[in-house]
Design a binder for this molecule. Structure first.
Ligand code: UDP
Length: 326
């Protein structure tokens, strides 16, 4: 099989490329390297079935048209991700997540190629009817709260995908729930797991936002990759949306304590007001839990990695590489 992966140098994209190559696929990888890191792809560069193309979708439309003609499945992961990015540059969030998705979907449509689009649990917003099923309402706050630009942009992109699906293009939409694992960005633009791990390993206090009672369902990268690959294979998944997430809910404060325990560090936990980190116009969601029964039925997906085990693996990775700047 031949694949195009956009956002290939991102955290999930790089793991997906590695897994597709391992299954004897040929991979065309696109990334503009604005946030993606070439070092994530370095080990794949030696594989003759791996081809890297640098640039954004908008910049490489002609080359992409030629590549798309030859592939079987397009995995569209290229996106602006990371909560701090949403509050700092909403224009870029919309430009990449909506406009570039539209450009890619037009190409996929004109060549009749299957697309797996990676969306996010963020689209449920602050809906508090849990667990979230794929047909749940999306509940967002005011336009003045920049955080919502990501949920709105990803929702708009989902509508583009669903529109093409209605026209007859094979499209699958996946909503990821807080993915973590080796290689995730541990800067302040990354997710909380890698951030807490790097803080703990650097003997810095772990910064818990708010009261720490907000919860998430953290999902290990290998589980996410397995579900994503299944979505590209199963014909019965086409035209549908699936939650890909763990059913293990944990509060951010509990997560901080668990990470300290696993690192064996005596680090401190400090409580940081949201406004100190994200600025004055911010809103968080209190809980986020997926209903994964649709993915279980159709993709044979179950997040198998217990949080403690996934954190141990992640921690080991960072212990070795923390000097490398991740
Ligand atoms: N968070 C935190 N400390 C940090 C980074 C994040 O307490 O240093 C919190 C954040 O406010 C949110 C949760 O951890 O409540 C998950 O944040 P993340 O950015 O990983 O993803 P989100 O689920 O908000 O998209």
């Amino acid at each position: 099989m031949r694949y195009l992966v956009t956002g290939a140098a991102g955290f999930v994209g790089s793991h997906l490329c590695a897994a597709l190559l391992k299954r004897n696929g040929t991979v065309w990888a696109l990334d503009d390297l604005s946030k993606g890191r070439p070092e994530r792809l370095a080990p794949l560069g030696r594989n003759l079935r791996f081809h890297f193309l640098q640039g954004s979708i908008a910049q490489r439309l002609d080359a992409l048209a030629e590549i798309i003609e030859t592939v079987d499945v397009i995995y569209h992961l290229a996106a602006v991700v990371g909560v701090k990015n949403y509050v700092e540059d909403p224009v870029r969030v919309v430009e990449v997540n909506v406009c570039e998705t539209l450009a890619l979907m037009k190409l996929a449509w004109s060549h009749g190629k299957k697309v797996v689009f990676t969306s996010t649990s963020e689209v449920y917003g602050k809906n508090n009817e849990l667990p979230f099923t794929e047909d749940a309402d999306r509940v967002y706050g005011p336009a003045g709260t920049d955080r919502w630009c990501y949920a709105v942009a990803k929702s708009a992109a989902e509508h583009i995908c669903l529109g093409y699906a209605r026209r007859g293009l094979p499209v699958v939409i996946l909503r990821y729930f807080n993915v973590y694992g080796p290689g995730a960005d541990s800067s302040e633009y990354g997710g909380v797991v890698s951030r807490f791990i790097s803080q703990a390993l650097a003997d810095q206090p772990l910064t818990v936002h708010g009261d720490g009672n907000q919860t998430r369902s953290f999902t290990y990268i290998n589980d996410i990759v397995r579900g994503t690959i299944a979505a590209g294979k199963r014909v019965e998944a086409e035209g549908k949306i699936f939650n890909l997430g763990s059913n293990e809910e944990i509060s951010i404060l509990q997560l901080a304590r668990l990470i300290l325990q696993l690192t064996g560090k005596k680090g401190k936990i400090i409580f940081q007001p949201y406004s100190d980190f994200y600025g004055p116009h911010y809103e968080d969601m209190r809980r986020r839990v997926p209903d994964t029964s649709a993915a279980e039925r159709c993709l044979d997906f179950k997040a198998r990695t217990p949080l403690r085990e996934g954190l141990m693996k992640t921690l080991e990775w960072y212990r070795i590489r923390i000097g490398g700047g991740f």
